[in-house]
Write a protein that binds this ligand. Structure first.
Ligand code: AHR
Length: 500
């Protein structure tokens, strides 16, 4: 198969937004406990944080981390997780049928985030709680001193305010599984009032209203329209959540998952702009794609939640394969392509729970296959996003009809003269010969050409074979004097090129 990709500095979308490379730490399964936090681990630091997981988080190039949930936040009392650890209550976590010990809370997370070099993205509980508790956590976190809650934080050993700038107004309240599930109008009013009050403390906060839990929700579209009808003036962003998996051996559709993400983003942008038009407003609502990933949800539904109330059980511990890594790479291409509207994105989640990082209690930590496209894209995406003009053969898929075999996006840093190109080949049968025309920029050399592929799409990394799947050099890349490059994309593969 043959395809062409044309790059031109005139096709600029927007600057690369570092918040595209966000992740997510929820009190769920072993994401916090024995994931980022394990005081008894030989590699734990003075705060009980796992240094091996911190190192991998930094290596992955994560920029932003959402906390503390997720479904968990809709039943959470943030006060339980601050102050002397011995006095913190154990609570039932209804979302995941677990026991929450509260040994780890807001201030521990802020310390972890500082060590990981990531920006915190906080979430308030709008499931069982409301305006007052959102104001309380904001005052505790961000007010310097001289009030009951800011002085309480200081007594808890945190003299300087955290300065959390980005806040989610609840989580997935469109979902019947959510504690405190609401109609769009009920939630829209609550989000508006919470946001309005939070802005009375700090008008510069960046606030995210809950959008749909997936594009297949029965209320998708009308939920966004109704929520924004209520909250448009008070929020900056609306969230999108999407998880993908291979269903019943339909690899072709799975490899085309980014088609759904493109459609999802396009639909939510159109809906937000429709509300702007109705309100005669020039304001543009951004997208916070604050949960996205591959997640084998049907497998977990069969397994169900724990029947008793265990502490930090093994939940949602997906083992990712080569195909999953190709899809994750393609989802990042989709997010980058929409950088003019995607203000933040969080791969859900960071460690153990559908995570690109795995860790064993008392044992090692390792990179899943999906770690690699994330780390490489985060490292190479610099400067401005360029839309790639693609001509590609199509492949038929059960879920999405005909889709292009090749998808791609590029970034261009004109100060450094660096171009990065991210490509996927979605064909399970054929390699694709790509003719990449970058003559309008004129790169002189191939600095890096690397990718993920493999004859066995189901091969994965495990505790005993942590490096079975790693990025491999693509030795086919050839650049001529004028800026035309030819490269072969192996079947079912993800590839990154750095040209200079
Ligand atoms: O990331 C796992 C769960 O998926 C989150 O808790 C929830 O928000 C979503 O349904």
């Amino acid at each position: 198969l043959n395809a062409t990709v044309t790059l031109d500095p005139a096709f600029r979308v927007a600057p690369v937004n570092r918040r595209t490379f966000g992740s997510f730490v929820e009190h769920l399964g072993r994401c916090v406990y024995t994931g980022i936090f394990e005081p008894d681990h030989p590699l734990a630091d003075e705060d009980g944080l796992r240094k091996d997981v911190l190192d991998l988080t930094r290596e992955m190039g994560v920029s932003l981390v959402r906390y503390p949930g997720g479904n968990f936040v809709s039943g959470y009392r943030w006060e339980d997780g601050v102050g002397p650890v011995a006095e913190r209550p154990r609570r039932l976590d209804l979302a995941w049928h677990s026991t929450e010990t509260n040994e780890f809370g807001l201030n521990e997370f802020a310390r972890w985030a500082a060590k990981a070099g990531v920006e915190p993205m906080m979430a308030v509980n709008l499931g069982t709680r409301g305006v007052q508790e959102a104001l309380d956590i904001l005052e505790y976190s961000n007010h310097p001193s001289g009030t009951r809650l800011s002085d309480l934080r200081r007594r808890h050993g945190v003299a300087d305010p955290h300065g959390f700038a980005l806040w989610c107004l609840g989580n997935e309240l469109d979902g019947p599984w959510q504690i405190g599930h609401k109609t769009a109008r009920e939630y829209g009013r609550l989000a508006a009032e919470t946001a309005r009050a939070m802005r009375m403390i700090d008008p510069n906060l960046e606030l995210v209203a809950c959008g749909s839990s997936s594009s297949s929700m029965p209320t998708f579209g009308s939920w966004e329209a109704d929520v924004l009808d209520e909250a448009f003036d008070y929020v900056d962003y609306i969230s999108c959540h999407a998880y993908y998996q291979e269903h019943d051996g339909d690899m072709a559709s799975f490899l085309a998952s980014a088609v759904d993400m493109d459609h999802f983003i396009g639909s939510v942008v159109a809906t937000a702009d429709y509300v702007a038009a109705k309100k005669k407003s020039r304001k543009r609502i951004g997208i916070s794609f604050d949960e996205w990933n591959v997640w084998y949800q049907t497998a977990h539904r069969d397994a169900g939640n724990p029947v008793d109330w265990p502490v930090a059980p093994r939940l949602l511990e997906d083992e990712y394969n080569v195909a999953d890594a190709v899809v994750v790479g393609n989802l990042l291409i989709s997010l980058l392509r929409h950088s003019d509207r995607v203000a933040a994105a969080c791969q859900a989640q960071l460690v153990n729970v559908i995570g690109p990082i795995r860790s064993e209690p008392g044992g090692s930590a390792w990179r899943q296959t999906t770690f690699h496209p994330f780390a490489i894209t985060s490292r190479l995406a610099t400067g401005d996003v360029l839309q790639a003009e693609i001509t590609s053969p199509a492949t038929d898929t059960q879920r999405f009809g005909d889709v292009p075999v090749v998808d791609a996006v590029a970034t261009y840093d004109d100060d450094a003269g660096d171009i990065s190109v991210f490509l996927v080949n979605r064909s399970t049968a054929d390699d694709v010969q790509v003719d990449l025309d970058a003559r309008a920029i004129g790169p002189r050399r191939v600095v890096e050409a690397v990718g993920i592929h493999g004859d066995d799409l189901y091969a994965s990394n495990t505790e005993t074979a942590p490096d079975r799947i790693t990025p491999q050099p693509n030795t086919s890349a050839r650049l001529d004097d004028g800026g035309r490059l030819s490269v072969t994309l192996p079947k079912a593969s993800w590839t990154a090129l750095r040209l200079s």
